[in-house]
Design a protein around this ligand. Structure first.
Ligand code: S3P
Length: 430
């Protein structure tokens, strides 16, 4: 599917974004191994989260969808921690790194073998980062070239470990904690910098035996989880596209409702404010330990700057859209310490640089980042998403600032996290 996106003179109105992808994955997995039915309001409409549900169904856990006031409400019929069934075929995680990495923690503890794989992007993504701790816990996992999907996971009884994450990764942290639910004893995970803590919060909400301290989580195996009613806040990583679109489009004034504002996810707001963004928090509430708020954003003079160290890790999913802001900012943008971008859904340093250059924007790349000078003009061009949802959406926002209409090829990739993206964008700009 090719989308045409035309330049916009302003963005005004009120929008919402789909339920948070990270939280949806965790709720789907955890309620599947909880006892009884759980109701998950505002579950992500993105294809990645449907992949997780597909895997859970193949493991014997049924779910149903209903629609309430325009929101998807998912009911998961949990079967308890020891009730998953052996799947009859290879589990399909689709494009979703979160699904394969986190679910592997549960699969490693099952009394059966599982094979799990995904699409042509997923089979290039590194898995040694989960194979290493799960093997230490006693699991046996075979992988292509010892590190790529498909993974063949030979489930076994696990022992608790104390694992110090070598790199900041919430997926790896979550994988070990999920395996820890089944392990004999107390599993401890320590992280070098704080990463998103949705797994820890969800485990506490569902009744796991978990204790938390800064950059450390401990879970004791054997406790039962209990199904409950949960609400998924809007995804701040999806809101990022409209936040930055409004900041860089003159005369814009936009409200984004119901956005998840967990402090481990809001570094983007701090970065944007430090660069001059006018972003106001209008209303705030809490659901199941997660914070939710409405954001008002107005067009602003953006200075640009440097993103590095722990900040890079905290805004890693927002780097593609931050690169668009960088090109039109006053001083440009330098991103460092972002080697992880090379192993996302695509090599995002290359996908960003390719499309920036197609739009006649200067960029210099390095092994772990890039520099984009400021005050540049986007030129109309044909954009390639390379099948990467965040690249499709980031360059659709660049097209709003271009000197003519742009064609976004393989724009359907956006549906991995945000199927309603183009409808929302067209409503805002027309
Ligand atoms: C995620 C963690 C991050 C992020 C990904 C979702 C999660 O990945 O980039 O989109 O839901 O835990 P890493 O754990 O690889 O840093």
């Amino acid at each position: 599917m090719t989308e045409q996106v035309s330049p916009a003179s302003r963005l005004r109105g009120v929008v919402s974004v789909p339920g948070d992808k990270s939280i949806s994955h965790r709720y789907a997995m955890l309620t599947s191994i909880a006892e009884g039915d759980s109701r998950i309001d505002n579950y992500s409409t993105g294809a990645d989260c449907q992949s997780t549900l597909g895997c859970m169904r193949s493991l014997g856990v049924d779910h149903t969808f209903s629609e309430e006031e325009g929101r998807q409400v998912l009911t998961v019929h949990g079967r308890g921690i020891h009730s998953l069934a052996a799947p009859s075929a290879t589990l399909d995680a689709g494009n979703s790194g979160s699904t394969i990495r986190m679910l592997s923690g549960i699969l490693a503890a099952q009394p059966f073998d599982t094979r799990i794989s995904g699409d042509e992007s997923l089979v290039t993504r590194p898995m040694r980062r989960i194979i290493t701790p799960l093997s230490e816990m006693g699991a046996h996992i075979d992988a292509a070239n010892s590190q790529y999907p498909p993974l063949s996971i030979h489930g076994s009884s696990l022992r608790a470990i104390h694992y110090k994450l070598p790199v900041a990764s919430a997926q790896v942290k979550s994988c070990v904690l999920l395996a820890g639910l089944y392990a004999d004893g107390e599993t401890v995970v320590e992280e070098p910098v704080a990463t998103r803590d949705h797994t820890e919060i969800a485990l506490r909400e569902l009744g796991a035996d978990i204790s938390l301290s800064p950059r450390m989580a401990r879970v004791r195996g054997g406790a039962a989880l209990k199904g409950k009613t949960l609400y998924v806040p809007g995804d701040i990583s999806s809101a990022a596209f409209f936040l930055i679109a409004a900041l860089i489009t003159p005369n814009s004034d936009l409200i984004i409702t119901g956005v998840g504002l967990n402090p481990t996810r809001t570094a983007l707001l701090d970065v944007l404010r430090s660069m001059g963004a006018q972003i106001k928090l209008l209303h705030i509430e809490e659901a199941n330990g997660e914070i939710i708020g409405n954001l008002q954003v107005k067009s602003s003079r953006m200075k640009g700057g440097v993103i590095e160290g722990a900040t890079t890790a905290a805004v890693i999913d927002e780097i593609p859209i931050l690169s668009i802001l960088g090109a039109v900012s006053e001083n440009g943008l330098t991103v460092r310490d972002a080697g992880e971008l090379r192993v996302k859904e695509t090599d995002r340093i290359e996908s960003i640089a390719h499309n920036l250059r197609a739009m006649k924007i200067q960029v210099a790349t390095s092994e772990d980042g890039f520099t984009i000078p400021g005050r540049q003009q986007f030129h109309a061009a044909e954009i390639k998403s390379f099948g990467d949802h965040r690249i499709a959406m980031a360059f659709s926002i660049a097209a709003l600032a271009a000197d003519g209409p742009c064609l976004i090829h393989d724009a359907a990739a956006a549906s991995v996290s945000f199927p309603e993206f183009y409808t929302t964008l067209h409503n805002l700009t027309n």
